[in-house]
Design a protein around this ligand. Structure first.
Ligand SMILES: Cc1cc2nc3c(=O)[nH]c(=O)nc-3n(C[C@H](O)[C@H](O)[C@H](O)COP(=O)(O)O)c2cc1C
Length: 204
């Protein structure tokens, strides 16, 4: 069973990376295959809205998206990590999720005729366990967290939480100091326990 953690921060060794990696490390201790994927050095252009994927089951834009999408499809669990940027996820993570969500819908549904009803069979992400992690200096967690929840819940995923929202506080003056957020560390460790429990139950 594999769990991937996608980090939407453009910064090296970022606060979000710290929390996503910590959660993956906990899951590794519990016997899961894990993989950390940073978008920092990846080229992921925004969705062009061309609807090519609706008829061709692939994205027309050729960049690093295809490899990340493949990793997402192979995973049992996906952690979506983002810093809070003006109360939102980062643009590159939004670009990835727009393209993955839309392509993932057409991969699982064949509705080329205009007269066909929106009778969705699911998505490429159906049944996957997804958890958001957001990190802010001070405010805007709720909206950012909700953006990731909304992506997961429209894509037929199973969302797992913790004993608090899966949020970290860090970056005073832009510092990379997530390791000082002891409450956040506890929240992510418990998140790993919950993800492990749910994925094991689903795969029994
Ligand atoms: C463009 C930009 C916008 C930001 N907007 C917010 C914000 O709305 N609320 C907040 O609390 N922090 C905000 N921050 C601070 C970051 O969320 C904080 O530094 C976070 O730790 C960065 O995560 P990272 O180290 O994983 O990149 C912003 C930082 C940047 C660079």
């Amino acid at each position: 069973m594999k769990i991937i953690g996608i980090c939407g921060s453009p910064r090296e060794k970022s606060n979000t990376e710290f929390f996503v990696q910590l959660t993956l490390d906990e899951l590794k201790k519990k016997g899961f295959d894990t993989e950390f994927i940073t978008l920092r050095n990846k080229k992921v252009q925004e969705c062009s809205g061309c609807y090519y994927c609706a008829n061709n089951n692939e994205c027309k834009i050729k960049d690093d998206f295809d490899d990340i999408f493949r990793e997402m499809l192979q995973a049992d669990g996906i952690i979506l990590g983002s810093p809070v940027y003006h109360s939102s996820i980062t643009p590159k993570l939004k670009a990835l999720l727009d393209r993955a969500g839309f392509l993932g819908r057409w991969v699982a549904n064949d509705m080329k005729e205009k007269k066909q009803a929106y009778d969705w069979k699911g998505t490429a992400f159906s049944g996957k366990v997804v958890s958001p992690i957001t990190v802010a200096r001070r405010a805007g967690q709720n909206f950012t967290f909700a953006q990731l929840l909304l992506w997961a819940t429209v894509n037929d995923c199973i969302v797992v939480g913790s004993n608090y929202w899966n949020v970290g506080v860090a970056g005073k003056g832009g510092n990379v100091d997530a390791h000082e957020d002891t409450e956040g560390i506890g929240i992510m460790k418990h998140l790993a326990e919950n993800m492990a429990h749910v994925i094991k139950q689903l795969n029994k």
